[in-house]
Design a protein around this ligand. Structure first.
Ligand code: ZN
Ligand code: FE
Length: 761
């Protein structure tokens, strides 16, 4: 007989690992124990050598689906003659970290139980097991035990406890295990919080939704606003009440068959949709059967499958599509507390379907899109967060992330911990949420950063926030962080041509960057090219008003003669529709002439805005990327046309001169060429100049590797076009996969760069 001490860490808690180990220990007739601690799982086993070998083999090969062992340490120990195999009480240790499991969508077995009239969990909306249910959103501390979650306030009943202790049960050691007699309960209340007298809150909810009502429904990581996805009036009402003009609403559909009725679904997309992460997946619409105010002027829909028992129970044959959008007020973080929902949503909803299981950490739904055959995560939230990545040689560190679409990132003991999507840090509420999530993760993992990375932008939140920390502070440029996020994800240590296309970020020359070619590794970068500089008349306002950018790009071409030119371009600029037009445009021109509040930008996002206006996007922008999305959506795919452009060399830098592109577009507008064709030609032009410039830089520096990042690469036509063209030219091309290419990935880049820089400081 021999004895082995085995330690594992990684994603080993909250995924059904202890029950699995218990089973294989008994199968192999081993004695000893297994124990969770705050840094991992310890096993101590005695038995004959072959049995222990089989046991270790099973550990490595047969574990539960979500199990991810990062490290395994095996040591010999002297025999102590254990009598039994036990699951021991968890302990707290100080060194190292263990991973928190993300929240998991309901599994097949649990789905069947809630539909089975003979099962005691028939219709029970909080059914879960070791394979599914809430995790991160209810965890207050590690080790992962019921007492350390918000389930601690529910006393487990005799039957549930039997399952919890029964080896043959799927709920063996399932921490949030509960049933109708001991677990959380649903409560339907009106908008003022008065209880609706009903024995069947779900049936009543379904009835209300069918009547056209708007409800808030508590999910895993927060509340959703819900209405019938086929009721145009309800959706319109929700838009008005939520002050959400055009941004698409996410949908939840009954099942995969239903999704296929409304969307084109590839095998890969179906896989992503049905995974236990259950993200929102951006899918191409099949036909215009659903109301068009779900996603106005959009060829795609954001769709997810139900992931909680409550959600499963809401669907019926004639109620198979629901609007399921995060419950928040404009620009504010998602609401996750019952009282807060009643206080804040009073002017939006008619009823709330809530429950008494508290959410400890809020998590938004995740968003993914399948591009170039693989999942590209656009927003990391529920099911994906927290994310653990390897940062082997990194110091104990923190990166604060970007101002928009914020996430932040820690590193401890070689493990990077990427937070969920927090939102735009524009208001106190979101900043408070940021602080809360950061403190929660920091406490759970006991992190004291010696190094803090932040964005160089002079007036973002992070300057104040930085003072909270004692560690060394390292500033990072926004677009360098974008490129570093791709390099890190692709394990590329060398220098590449980094193409960063996005809305805006602070550059090292004080202008606003966003159309950049950087010769870059994870430590340093050199800016070798960019889009030509244009003014943003009115500063940030220009980012919300495409007309200003159009005038600015035209000013670049026509300079002081633009005022006369505008008369001539009248029709193209929608001149006649707005009596203040002349007054407005003259004012913008004046501002640019006198350089009043007209910062310079090389942003690709602003270039898209300007062209979008010319092609009919004649309104204010209500969310980031809206105008670019419009252009992507109107493209006639397959058109091969493109516009002339110049790549100038100024002060040793390549400058993409956009003048001829705009002149070409205006000419085609005058010739009455379809806007859809023009938009496609515009995309083709960007693909062309990007590839041309990569080739030039490659010839200059002998580098054949390109990294693409920045929010503009959410545009499928551009990403696929540039990726494929570069490949054809023999380049190795890196793109984001797990880490969002938008600002949600900035914190990863910041952390990587700071840890690289510190080595040389
Ligand atoms: Zn389950
Ligand atoms: Fe960015």
């Amino acid at each position: 007989m021999i004895r082995k001490y085995i330690f594992v860490n990684g994603l080993v808690q909250g995924v059904g690992f202890r029950p699995f180990v218990y089973k294989i220990a008994l199968e192999n007739n081993l004695k000893g124990f297994i124990r969770n601690s705050s840094i991992g799982v310890t096993m101590d086993v005695e038995g004959d050598k072959k049995s222990i070998d089989d046991f270790i083999d099973a550990l490595k090969k047969r574990g539960p689906e979500m199990l991810n062992i990062e490290e395994i340490i095996i040591e010999d120990r002297p025999i102590v003659n254990y009598r039994t195999f036990e699951i021991e009480k968890s302990i707290h240790e100080d060194q190292g970290i263990t991973f928190i499991s993300p929240d998991l969508g309901i599994c097949k077995e649990c789905q069947e139980e809630i539909k089975d009239k003979k099962n005691n969990r028939y219709g029970y909306p909080f059914t879960n097991c070791t394979n599914c249910g809430p995790r991160y959103s209810i965890i207050k501390a590690l080790p992962y035990d019921r007492e350390a979650t918000t389930m601690s306030s529910f006393k487990i009943c005799r039957l549930c406890n039997e399952e919890y202790n029964s080896l043959s049960s799927r709920r063996f050691y399932a921490q949030p295990n509960c049933c109708p007699s001991c677990g959380p309960k649903l409560k339907l209340v009106d908008k003022l919080g008065n209880i609706v007298d009903t024995q069947e809150p779900i049936k009543e909810t379904v009835k209300l939704i069918k009547e056209g009502k708007i409800l808030s429904i508590k999910g895993i990581g927060g509340f959703h606003l819900v209405c019938n996805g086929k009721n145009q009036e309800s959706i319109e009402l929700l838009r008005r009440k939520k002050h959400r003009k055009t941004k698409s609403f996410a949908l939840m559909m009954k099942d995969v068959e239903t999704i296929k009725k409304y969307c084109i679904l590839s095998i890969e997309e179906e896989k992503v949709l049905s995974s236990n992460k259950r993200p929102i997946v951006i899918l191409n619409k099949l036909k215009d059967i659903l109301p068009d105010n779900i996603a106005p002027d959009n060829l795609t829909l954001g769709v997810m499958l139900p992931y909680t028992p409550v959600q499963y129970l809401l669907f019926e044959d004639d109620l198979d599509v629901l609007i399921m959008t995060s419950a928040n007020l404009n620009g504010m973080p998602i609401i996750y507390d019952n009282k807060e929902a009643i206080d804040k949503l009073v002017s939006i909803v008619d009823y709330h379907l809530m429950n008494n299981r508290d959410i400890y950490t809020s998590v938004d739904d995740s968003v993914s899109r399948v591009i170039l055959g693989s999942e590209r995560v656009i927003r990391r939230g529920r099911g994906y967060s927290p994310t653990y990545l390897k940062g082997e040689y990194f110091k104990e560190s923190l990166s604060l992330g970007s101002h928009l679409k914020n996430s932040f990132c820690f590193c401890k003991d070689g493990n990077m911990i990427l937070s969920q999507y927090i939102g735009d840090l524009d208001n106190m509420e979101t900043l408070n949420r940021y602080d809360r999530v950061m403190e929660t993760l920091r406490n759970i993992h006991n992190i004291n950063p010696e190094l803090v990375a932040y964005d160089f932008h002079p007036n973002v939140f992070s300057k104040d926030y930085l003072n909270k920390f004692k560690g060394k502070k390292i500033g990072v440029y926004h677009h360098h962080a974008h490129i570093a996020s791709v390099l890190f994800e692709n394990r590329e240590k060398g220098r590449v041509i980094g193409v960063a296309y996005d809305g805006s970020g602070y550059g090292d020359d004080g202008t606003i960057w966003g159309g950049e070619f950087l010769l870059s590794n994870c430590r340093d970068f050199k800016r070798v090219g960019h889009l030509n500089l244009v003014a943003m008349p009115g500063g940030d306002r220009a980012a919300r008003d495409p007309l200003r950018m159009t005038i600015s790009y035209l000013y670049n071409i026509y300079k002081d003669s633009l005022e006369d030119k505008i008369q001539e371009l009248g029709g193209i600029l929608n001149y006649n529709q707005d009596s203040y037009f002349k007054v407005k445009t003259n004012m913008y021109i004046e501002m640019m002439k006198k350089e009043i509040n007209s910062p310079k930008t090389s942003s690709m996002g602003r270039f898209f805005d300007a062209v979008a206006y010319l092609l009919g996007f004649n309104k204010k922008i209500t969310f980031e990327g809206e105008a670019a999305l419009y252009l992507e959506n109107i493209c006639t795919l397959g058109e091969r046309g493109s516009y002339e452009f110049d790549i100038d060399v100024i002060n040793g830098k390549y400058i993409i001169n956009t003048d001829k592109i705009l002149i070409g577009i205006i000419k085609e507008l005058k010739d009455k060429i379809s806007k859809r064709v023009i938009s496609m030609s515009f995309h083709n032009t960007i693909i062309k100049f990007t590839v041309d410039l990569c080739v030039k830089i490659s010839e200059d520096y002998g580098i054949k590797k390109v990294a693409l990042s920045g929010g503009v690469f959410q545009n499928k036509i551009l990403l696929e076009g540039i990726y494929n063209s570069l490949k054809k030219k023999g380049f190795i091309v890196y793109i984001n996969r797990k880490i969002p290419c938008n600002d949600g990935g900035i914190s990863v880049g910041q952390l990587v760069i700071a840890n690289e820089k510190i080595v040389y400081l």
